[in-house]
Design a protein. Structure first.
Length: 239
Protein backbone atom coordinates (compact mmCIF):
# COMPACT_ATOMS: atom_id res chain seq x y z
CA UNK A 1 0.00 0.00 0.00
CA UNK A 2 1.31 3.44 -0.92
CA UNK A 3 1.21 6.19 1.70
CA UNK A 4 -0.31 9.63 1.26
CA UNK A 5 3.14 11.24 1.65
CA UNK A 6 4.60 9.02 -1.07
CA UNK A 7 1.72 9.84 -3.36
CA UNK A 8 2.04 13.56 -2.63
CA UNK A 9 5.77 13.50 -3.42
CA UNK A 10 5.27 11.71 -6.74
CA UNK A 11 2.48 14.02 -7.89
CA UNK A 12 4.52 17.08 -6.89
CA UNK A 13 7.26 16.04 -9.30
CA UNK A 14 5.07 17.01 -12.22
CA UNK A 15 6.25 20.57 -11.55
CA UNK A 16 9.76 21.66 -12.50
CA UNK A 17 10.33 23.69 -9.31
CA UNK A 18 9.62 20.62 -7.18
CA UNK A 19 11.85 18.38 -9.30
CA UNK A 20 14.62 20.92 -8.93
CA UNK A 21 14.24 21.32 -5.16
CA UNK A 22 13.97 17.59 -4.51
CA UNK A 23 16.48 16.62 -7.25
CA UNK A 24 14.11 13.79 -8.19
CA UNK A 25 12.19 12.79 -11.31
CA UNK A 26 9.64 10.16 -12.33
CA UNK A 27 9.99 7.42 -14.94
CA UNK A 28 7.33 4.90 -15.93
CA UNK A 29 7.06 1.59 -17.70
CA UNK A 30 9.34 -1.48 -17.83
CA UNK A 31 11.41 -0.17 -20.77
CA UNK A 32 12.19 3.29 -19.40
CA UNK A 33 12.67 2.23 -15.79
CA UNK A 34 14.75 -0.79 -16.82
CA UNK A 35 17.07 1.27 -19.04
CA UNK A 36 17.63 3.86 -16.33
CA UNK A 37 18.46 1.20 -13.74
CA UNK A 38 20.83 -0.54 -16.17
CA UNK A 39 22.55 2.78 -16.92
CA UNK A 40 23.25 3.31 -13.22
CA UNK A 41 20.63 5.92 -12.33
CA UNK A 42 20.02 5.76 -8.58
CA UNK A 43 16.42 4.94 -7.61
CA UNK A 44 14.76 6.75 -4.75
CA UNK A 45 11.73 4.43 -4.77
CA UNK A 46 10.09 1.92 -7.11
CA UNK A 47 6.39 1.04 -7.15
CA UNK A 48 5.09 -1.94 -9.08
CA UNK A 49 1.97 -4.03 -9.53
CA UNK A 50 4.16 -7.07 -10.25
CA UNK A 51 7.34 -8.53 -8.80
CA UNK A 52 9.92 -5.91 -9.77
CA UNK A 53 13.17 -6.24 -7.75
CA UNK A 54 13.39 -3.86 -4.78
CA UNK A 55 9.95 -2.44 -5.50
CA UNK A 56 7.03 -1.63 -3.24
CA UNK A 57 3.99 -3.64 -4.25
CA UNK A 58 0.91 -1.54 -5.04
CA UNK A 59 -2.45 -2.19 -6.62
CA UNK A 60 -3.39 -1.24 -10.18
CA UNK A 61 -5.73 1.39 -8.77
CA UNK A 62 -2.89 2.93 -6.74
CA UNK A 63 -0.67 2.94 -9.82
CA UNK A 64 -3.35 4.78 -11.77
CA UNK A 65 -3.54 7.40 -9.02
CA UNK A 66 0.18 8.19 -9.09
CA UNK A 67 0.84 7.70 -12.80
CA UNK A 68 1.22 10.55 -15.30
CA UNK A 69 0.21 8.22 -18.14
CA UNK A 70 -3.25 7.66 -19.54
CA UNK A 71 -2.51 3.94 -19.48
CA UNK A 72 -0.07 3.10 -16.63
CA UNK A 73 2.51 0.41 -17.36
CA UNK A 74 3.21 -1.91 -14.45
CA UNK A 75 5.98 0.08 -12.78
CA UNK A 76 6.71 3.66 -11.72
CA UNK A 77 10.03 4.73 -10.28
CA UNK A 78 11.34 7.91 -8.69
CA UNK A 79 15.01 8.52 -9.52
CA UNK A 80 17.67 10.85 -8.18
CA UNK A 81 18.88 13.30 -10.79
CA UNK A 82 22.51 12.66 -11.79
CA UNK A 83 25.07 15.20 -10.65
CA UNK A 84 25.78 17.98 -13.13
CA UNK A 85 29.45 18.02 -14.19
CA UNK A 86 31.40 21.20 -13.54
CA UNK A 87 32.31 23.39 -16.48
CA UNK A 88 30.91 23.11 -19.98
CA UNK A 89 31.84 19.85 -21.73
CA UNK A 90 32.62 20.47 -25.41
CA UNK A 91 31.63 18.04 -28.17
CA UNK A 92 34.23 15.62 -29.51
CA UNK A 93 32.04 14.39 -32.37
CA UNK A 94 28.60 15.24 -33.73
CA UNK A 95 26.19 16.81 -31.22
CA UNK A 96 22.75 18.42 -31.21
CA UNK A 97 21.72 21.77 -29.73
CA UNK A 98 18.09 22.62 -29.00
CA UNK A 99 17.30 26.33 -29.10
CA UNK A 100 13.98 26.89 -27.34
CA UNK A 101 12.32 23.60 -28.27
CA UNK A 102 9.41 23.74 -25.85
CA UNK A 103 7.13 20.81 -26.57
CA UNK A 104 8.01 17.94 -24.18
CA UNK A 105 7.08 15.33 -26.78
CA UNK A 106 9.43 16.89 -29.32
CA UNK A 107 12.32 17.09 -26.85
CA UNK A 108 11.86 13.47 -25.80
CA UNK A 109 11.61 12.29 -29.40
CA UNK A 110 14.76 14.23 -30.37
CA UNK A 111 16.67 12.57 -27.53
CA UNK A 112 15.47 9.21 -28.84
CA UNK A 113 16.58 10.18 -32.36
CA UNK A 114 20.00 11.21 -31.07
CA UNK A 115 20.36 7.84 -29.36
CA UNK A 116 19.36 5.98 -32.53
CA UNK A 117 21.95 7.79 -34.64
CA UNK A 118 24.76 7.45 -32.10
CA UNK A 119 24.79 11.12 -31.06
CA UNK A 120 25.60 11.05 -27.38
CA UNK A 121 25.31 14.75 -26.44
CA UNK A 122 22.38 17.15 -26.69
CA UNK A 123 22.86 20.75 -25.54
CA UNK A 124 19.71 22.63 -24.49
CA UNK A 125 19.01 26.32 -24.01
CA UNK A 126 17.41 27.37 -20.73
CA UNK A 127 14.03 27.82 -22.43
CA UNK A 128 14.00 24.29 -23.85
CA UNK A 129 11.58 21.91 -22.10
CA UNK A 130 12.98 20.27 -18.96
CA UNK A 131 14.40 16.84 -19.75
CA UNK A 132 13.03 15.52 -16.44
CA UNK A 133 9.46 16.53 -17.25
CA UNK A 134 7.51 13.22 -17.07
CA UNK A 135 6.31 13.71 -20.66
CA UNK A 136 9.88 14.17 -21.92
CA UNK A 137 11.15 11.15 -19.98
CA UNK A 138 8.36 9.00 -21.41
CA UNK A 139 8.88 10.22 -24.98
CA UNK A 140 12.56 9.24 -24.85
CA UNK A 141 11.50 5.58 -24.41
CA UNK A 142 14.61 4.93 -22.32
CA UNK A 143 17.07 6.94 -24.45
CA UNK A 144 17.41 9.46 -21.62
CA UNK A 145 19.66 6.81 -20.06
CA UNK A 146 22.06 6.83 -23.03
CA UNK A 147 22.36 10.50 -24.04
CA UNK A 148 24.08 13.31 -22.13
CA UNK A 149 21.71 16.28 -21.79
CA UNK A 150 23.46 19.55 -20.98
CA UNK A 151 21.57 22.78 -20.26
CA UNK A 152 23.76 25.78 -20.99
CA UNK A 153 24.06 29.19 -22.60
CA UNK A 154 24.25 28.21 -26.27
CA UNK A 155 26.01 31.46 -27.18
CA UNK A 156 28.74 30.68 -24.67
CA UNK A 157 29.01 27.15 -26.07
CA UNK A 158 29.45 28.44 -29.62
CA UNK A 159 32.09 30.93 -28.46
CA UNK A 160 34.17 28.05 -27.10
CA UNK A 161 33.96 25.56 -29.96
CA UNK A 162 36.02 25.50 -33.14
CA UNK A 163 33.89 22.92 -34.95
CA UNK A 164 31.23 23.70 -37.58
CA UNK A 165 27.84 24.88 -36.31
CA UNK A 166 25.02 23.74 -38.58
CA UNK A 167 21.47 25.05 -38.55
CA UNK A 168 18.34 24.16 -40.50
CA UNK A 169 16.96 27.39 -41.93
CA UNK A 170 14.51 28.32 -44.69
CA UNK A 171 17.24 30.45 -46.32
CA UNK A 172 19.79 27.63 -46.10
CA UNK A 173 21.33 25.57 -48.88
CA UNK A 174 20.06 22.13 -49.89
CA UNK A 175 21.40 19.66 -47.30
CA UNK A 176 21.80 16.96 -49.95
CA UNK A 177 24.18 19.17 -51.94
CA UNK A 178 26.33 20.46 -49.06
CA UNK A 179 29.54 19.13 -47.58
CA UNK A 180 28.91 17.71 -44.10
CA UNK A 181 31.41 16.75 -41.40
CA UNK A 182 31.58 13.97 -38.84
CA UNK A 183 32.02 16.52 -36.07
CA UNK A 184 30.09 19.67 -35.28
CA UNK A 185 26.89 20.87 -33.68
CA UNK A 186 23.48 20.70 -35.36
CA UNK A 187 21.12 23.40 -34.05
CA UNK A 188 17.36 22.83 -34.06
CA UNK A 189 15.05 25.73 -33.27
CA UNK A 190 11.74 26.53 -31.63
CA UNK A 191 8.58 24.96 -33.03
CA UNK A 192 7.02 28.26 -34.08
CA UNK A 193 9.88 30.73 -34.43
CA UNK A 194 12.78 28.56 -35.48
CA UNK A 195 16.33 29.36 -34.42
CA UNK A 196 16.58 32.59 -32.42
CA UNK A 197 18.30 35.60 -34.06
CA UNK A 198 21.26 35.58 -31.66
CA UNK A 199 21.94 31.87 -32.16
CA UNK A 200 21.42 32.26 -35.92
CA UNK A 201 24.41 34.61 -36.00
CA UNK A 202 26.61 31.80 -34.67
CA UNK A 203 25.68 29.31 -37.40
CA UNK A 204 28.51 28.70 -39.84
CA UNK A 205 26.66 26.34 -42.21
CA UNK A 206 23.00 27.01 -43.12
CA UNK A 207 21.11 23.94 -44.29
CA UNK A 208 17.72 23.50 -45.93
CA UNK A 209 15.64 20.34 -46.09
CA UNK A 210 14.10 20.82 -49.55
CA UNK A 211 10.41 20.51 -50.33
CA UNK A 212 9.95 18.13 -53.28
CA UNK A 213 6.39 19.20 -54.06
CA UNK A 214 7.35 22.37 -55.91
CA UNK A 215 4.59 24.64 -57.10
CA UNK A 216 1.94 23.05 -54.90
CA UNK A 217 0.59 24.53 -51.65
CA UNK A 218 1.95 22.29 -48.88
CA UNK A 219 2.92 22.48 -45.21
CA UNK A 220 5.03 25.55 -44.38
CA UNK A 221 7.58 23.58 -42.40
CA UNK A 222 8.43 20.24 -40.84
CA UNK A 223 7.91 19.26 -37.23
CA UNK A 224 11.20 19.88 -35.42
CA UNK A 225 11.62 16.24 -34.38
CA UNK A 226 11.03 15.02 -37.94
CA UNK A 227 13.48 17.62 -39.26
CA UNK A 228 16.02 16.43 -36.71
CA UNK A 229 15.65 12.82 -37.84
CA UNK A 230 16.10 13.74 -41.52
CA UNK A 231 19.15 15.90 -40.76
CA UNK A 232 20.83 13.32 -38.52
CA UNK A 233 20.19 10.57 -41.07
CA UNK A 234 21.90 12.55 -43.83
CA UNK A 235 24.92 13.36 -41.63
CA UNK A 236 25.31 9.74 -40.58
CA UNK A 237 24.77 8.45 -44.11
CA UNK A 238 27.72 10.41 -45.38
CA UNK A 239 30.04 10.79 -42.39
Amino acid sequence: MISKNQMKLIRSLEMKKNRKSEQLFVAEGPKVVGDLLQAGFRPHSIFSTTSWPDSQQITEDELRRISFLQHPQEVLAVFHMPETPGGLPLPSSLALALDGVQDPGNVGTIIRIADWFGIDTVYCSADTADVYNPKVVQATMGSIAHVHIIYCDLLELFRQVSCPVYGTLLDGKNIYEQELSANGIIVMGNEGNGISPAVRECITHRLLIPNYHAGVHTAESLNVAIATAITCAEFKRRC
